[in-house]
Design a protein around this ligand. Structure first.
Ligand code: MF3
Ligand code: CO
Ligand code: CO
Length: 242
């Protein structure tokens, strides 16, 4: 459901559109599919999506901000279907982004997919973090530490914390049947973040660009099943609207 919605939101992301417009479109899609938003009312949050532009790391609040040509945009949608939560986010661009921004998006996507490749019964959560950290470091980018993935299921955020840095072989052992998100946030500059006065918006302290991709996955007998694959193949490469 979240993947289908993100596919349809892709057409709305363009220069001149506000992040409130995108959230309004998300509200229409939730209505069309008859599903509930998990974020409205969550710890006082009022919107059906988080929309994080450029140096915003995560939890960007939809509002009057108008997208400009070349902006990079993470849209994070969480819904509840028959009591089950689904959570996914991906990057969009308003027109063609800069080469640096494109590289950041590519590396962030690859960090998530390399992490998912680690998931199988007997592997550890440290293996996930290590894969992300290694790939980001290879490209001289940094991994945000203040936010992590999480168990998900009949509730939004469940144990364990799925940390995006770590050491191979360390941490809890992954078991068949576990369901959780992996959602690395990668910065072009330093890893440090701060929260704005609205007490939600997380930004990079050095104002460098940040990107994020998130999948909800389940652990199978010998690997992982991705529950939030894009039906239209729009998870990556990033969908460009002009
Ligand atoms: N969807 C986010 C996550 O990946 C959480 C957003 S909570 C909100 O866990 F209240 F900010 F919407
Ligand atoms: Co999540
Ligand atoms: Co999310």
């Amino acid at each position: 459901m979240v993947a289908t919605i993100l596919d349809e939101l892709a057409d709305t992301v363009a220069p001149g559109v506000t992040t409130a417009d995108i959230d309004a479109h998300n509200m229409e899609l939730l209505k069309k599919y008859g599903v509930r938003s998990a974020t409205i009312g969550y710890r006082g949050y009022k919107h059906s999506s988080c929309i994080s532009v450029n140096h915003v790391v995560c939890h960007g609040i939809p509002g009057r901000k108008r997208l400009q040509k070349g902006d990079i945009v993470n849209i994070d949608v969480t819904v509840i279907v028959d009591g089950w939560f689904g959570d996914s986010s991906r990057m969009f661009v308003a027109g063609q982004p800069s080469r640096r921004a494109e590289r950041l998006i590519q590396v962030t996507h690859d960090c998530l997919m390399l992490a998912i490749d680690e998931v199988r019964p007997g592997a550890t959560f440290g293996d996930i973090g290590a894969a992300i950290q290694k790939h980001a470091a290879l490209h001289r980018m940094s991994v945000v530490r203040e936010f992590c993935g999480h168990g998900i299921g009949r509730e939004f955020h469940l144990p364990p914390n799925v940390v995006h840095v770590g050491q191979r072989g360390q941490g809890a052992v992954i078991q068949e049947g576990m369901i959780f998100t992996i959602e690395p946030m990668i910065n072009l500059g330093a890893a440090e973040t701060k929260i704005l006065a609205d007490s939600w918006t997380a930004v990079t302290r050095d104002k460098s660009l940040s990107a994020q991709f998130e999948h909800s996955i389940g652990v199978t007998k010998d690997g992982a099943e991705i529950f939030t694959l894009s039906p239209k193949g729009r998870f990556f490469p990033t969908y460009v609207s002009l």
